[in-house]
Design a protein around this ligand. Sequence first.
Ligand SMILES: [Zn+2]
Ligand SMILES: [Zn+2]
Length: 421
Amino acid sequence: MAIHARGAPPGGTPERAWAVWLLYFTAALRSTLPPLIDSLAFSRHGRSYVGRCCRQRGAGGPPGTHAAASRGLEPAGSTRWAGACLVMAELRQNIATHEWVIIADGRAERPTVYAEAGRQPTVDRATWEPGCAFCPGNEEDALEVSRSPGERWRTRLVRNKFPALAVDGALLRRYEGVERRLSGVGYHEVLVAHRHHDTTLALMTAREVRNVLLALQKRGRELAQDERVEYLVYFKNHGPRAGASVAHPHCQLISLPVVPGEVRRRLETATHYFDEHGCCVYCFMLDGEQSQQQRVVGQHPLAAAFVLFAAQSPFHVWVMPRHHRASFLEATREELAGVAEVLRQVLRQLYDGLHDPDFNLMIRSVPVRERAWAYFHWYVSIVPRFSRTAGFEMGSGIRICPAIPEECAEFLRSVPAPTRG
Ligand SMILES: [Zn+2]
Ligand SMILES: [Zn+2]
């Protein structure tokens, strides 16, 4: 192939050309990574988050460990990755999404530095705020879709006051040359998750969290009947760094008339894995995490939670039902109860251990018309927000995680779990 011939040295083979490119890439990475990581230094609450080597924080390690570690891949079962510290920056790939991350040792901090010192935690808010449109008594009836279970509601569904998409209108497509348009029709709704202003999923009972999931699922099933709906995005923004503009506990639901490219890519990756290995990559991940236990942070007969091996941010957690099911809309009441139990436990440990950090939560599921897939597996993703996306991430699609996932899992497990119920 021409590209090989161009890259090959005189008389070289395509394989040699690739090897040369790999060497160039490795050398370039080694020279650019440290300043690149330095450029990501940020501060919170007046504290500078400039990285410290794990040796500086007392983890120890024999002289020359860094050099030894850089010589090649560790054999399977090596204890070097067994949780203490990394001795060099490491690229890790999520096998389900094919996304790469950089676990940056130079910035690797003890998990406790992510505790949100000095902020007012949710529990210290007033139970009722006179100016909050989501508090009981302040309801804007014109926006209300439904309330459950009745007049004295526990959850309430309302249309977003400033929707991203319009409910009314036909789905029109217009493709002209480079211009590809689709009318912006869809639903943008808010689920008010509790009557109280001073609570959040972490502070609710497992039953209340289950009711939130049930309410999202119920509405998702209704919206899936609309033939203009192709995909449903369920999410929660908690805290200003996560994009939340309203403090009252709530989740959002947006329907789309298309399947987003990023979702399509994940589905294709999962399909490819199934074709290659004959099993669901998410079931495989769950089994692997379960047998290894290193990153598992929550257990239930019907669900489990683990910090991702290739975490995109410190404490990036997936909560996954054990039963293979592609669609959130198909999950049983019992499965949702299991996921709710683990979800609430992990969120509570994040809340207690890191002083109520900002986070985004997403329910990932298949497109509404592709429910019976063997390839995909619905789950909940929790992404705490400690830094902002910058040019490197936008340019490469690669996130830099300045904390070691195994240490984050260990820290979370050390925070007392809430009592069940
Ligand atoms: Zn409120
Ligand atoms: Zn599965």
